[in-house]
Design a protein around this ligand. Sequence first.
Ligand code: ADP
Length: 324
Amino acid sequence: MGREYDLELVNVSKSYGDTVAVKGLNHKFHAGSYVCFLGPSGCGKSTTLRMIAGHEDVTSGSIVLDGFDVSDLPPAKRGTAMMFQSYALFPHLSVRDNVAFSLRMKGVDQTTRHKAAGEMLELVDMSQYADRLPAQLSGGQQQRVALARALVTKPKVLLLDEPLSALDPFLRIRMRAELKKLQRELGITFIHVTHGQDEALALADEIVLMNNAVIEQSGSARDVFNAPRTEFVARFMGGHNVITLDSGKFALRADEVGVGPSGMPATVTGVEYQGAHVALNATTQSGEDVLALLPEAAFFADPKNPGDAIALTWNEGRLHRLQA
Ligand code: ADP
């Protein structure tokens, strides 16, 4: 039987001179899960990933993989593999030799490593391009090769640093579905760094949301979205209003706000047609901005315009109290 958790961070910190990049992280990762490290630029996501990979030393704390402290091991000995943002393929090597490269470094003979590379190329559906050079491939194809190259070492944990950021929006959505499918098929843990909440919501079994060098909240995508712990989480995940009632702050999903005959008085400040929804912005009498995402048909049954006085309604039960 496999372990419930494969990777564990124990009080992991990283400083660069006076800059604390990562502060005392403690976290256990479920074996075989798709994890997204999410957070604004500079919050410590990449540093954490690089420490797990062994491309960066920890300043203090331990990285534990399958019960062993791997903090002092070089990257190739950890059981992790990393796929970089730039793919970093060798331009002068064929696709096959790029994928087989780490095996060549380990002294694996050519027949064995070409067989292994062939299997990985099949896995990412790139067999027919084995003899090409990276420059003869599209961005999406180069990314598949980079994936095959990382997976050829049979890692227990695959680390992906902003793997989709170099792709155009259409390809990004297609490739993220492929990443998820691949992770399911392989059954290993993927840890994927992103600053995009949509990407994390679409992919993650678990979201680890970082802010200012610490984990602000972690949990399933639905839990983090529906039950943000703090104002930061509610605002970062998007789709929520943060409103003040009885001197306490609450999160309220924008799609839970309606316009009714009675409710909180407000003035419409903007109306934006979004297809399935209409985004209506309004300002309350206390000066708070509230976004209501109204179903298209409901909005057009009684359309509003900027300047109109309206009443905002919601179900009290949908208010989610935030920690101060
Ligand atoms: P993220 O991936 O969330 O954007 P990083 O982990 O790259 O954040 O960076 C976290 C913090 O550490 C930032 O303040 C960044 O400037 C700093 N940092 C990262 N790498 C280095 C480095 N090699 N030297 C000095 N400071 C660094």
